[in-house]
Design a binder for this molecule. Structure first.
Ligand code: NDP
Length: 273
């Protein structure tokens, strides 16, 4: 097992996976391997040759890797991005556990089915989340993004391929959250590594009955979540998404259920919380 991509100070997923393998007595390793974009094809061929069970992929490999795989799951096909590869017989199958991890985490506070959801961002995390909350039955998605082309492309994908009713709102000034919104998700990188970074959003338009989630996991208590708590909203940090995407990948590879609590503890230990 391995993660191919830019190692982020070791790798939090490696730490979680190895703790979970040890807990279940599974004698596997999970390695963090830095792979340059021009050698990704060789790395995947090497993985086949050496009998790896699978791998995770991080930026910048999630889209490009698809050409080296035999097939992709329904969700990964819709998103056009893969973060997990699994060997099935002789085939390498691309999956995407990012959005599923988010949905699993969201379900701890609310069910996305039938909900009116506003997503800030249209990058990799936003695409994965939008497709999965759509597949989980969300009623209406509003995508707010700085780059209009990227935002509109996601909305077209959601309306045309995922069959989820969606609209695009360009990000100009402070976003006003429409009162009918039930879940607000920050899926941008604003707040990553900066607990005071401000998401341009009119905080007074957040209502106490809304759930506010952030994908940023370091630091887990972002300024957006602090502001939302002050407005009386239920909040959800990015740690749950990170733990759950790993729990889901673990199940895909091993067929066994990882202990999510052990993974969460490992993650917090790794990040020094
Ligand atoms: P991408 O680079 O693919 O997308 C970044 C998004 O953030 C784009 O929509 C971009 O808008 C937007 N953005 C960035 N800066 C600004 C800004 N100053 N103002 C407005 N919009 C901005 O990144 P990812 O989607 O892969 O990652 C996004 C975040 O999600 C990261 O913080 C990452 O760590 C986190 N993440 C968390 C996971 C978890 O398990 N908790 C899993 C995966 C990711 P534009 O299109 O206009 O450039």
């Amino acid at each position: 097992m391995a993660v191919f991509g830019q190692p982020v100070a070791g790798n939090p997923t490696q730490y979680m996976m190895e703790k979970a393998f040890a807990h279940l007595g599974i004698d596997w390793r999970y390695l963090t391997l830095e792979v340059a974009p021009e050698t990704l094809g060789d790395a995947i061929r090497g993985m086949r040759a050496m009998g790896f069970r699978g791998c995770n992929l991080t930026i910048p490999h999630k889209v490009v890797v698809i050409q080296y795989l035999d097939r992709t799951s329904e969700a990964a096909t819709l998103m056009g991005a893969v973060n997990t590869v699994n060997r099935v017989g002789k085939e390498l199958v691309g999956e995407n556990t990012d959005g599923k991890g988010f949905v699993q985490s969201l379900r701890e506070v609310t069910d996305p089915a039938g909900k009116n959801i506003l997503i800030l961002g249209a990058g990799g995390a936003a695409r994965a989340i939008a497709v999965e909350v759509g597949l989980a039955g969300a009623a209406q998605l509003t995508i707010v993004n700085r780059s209009a082309a990227r935002g509109q492309e996601l909305v077209d994908l959601l309306n045309d391929k995922a069959k989820v009713s969606s609209r695009f709102v360009p990000w100009e000034g402070n976003v006003e959250v429409p009162p009918e919104t039930e879940v607000v998700i920050n899926a941008t990188s604003i707040g990553l590594g900066d607990a005071d970074a401000r998401v341009p959003l009119a905080v007074q338009t957040l209502e106490p009955d809304m759930v506010v989630a952030d994908v940023v996991f370091n630091p887990p208590e972002t300024r957006l979540l602090r502001d939302a708590k002050q407005r009386g909203c239920k909040t959800l940090d990015g740690l749950g998404m990170l733990v759950n995407q790993a729990v889901i990948a673990f199940k895909i590879w091993t067929g066994r259920d990882a202990n999510a609590e052990i993974m969460r503890d490992a993650l917090e230990e790794f990040l020094g919380f």
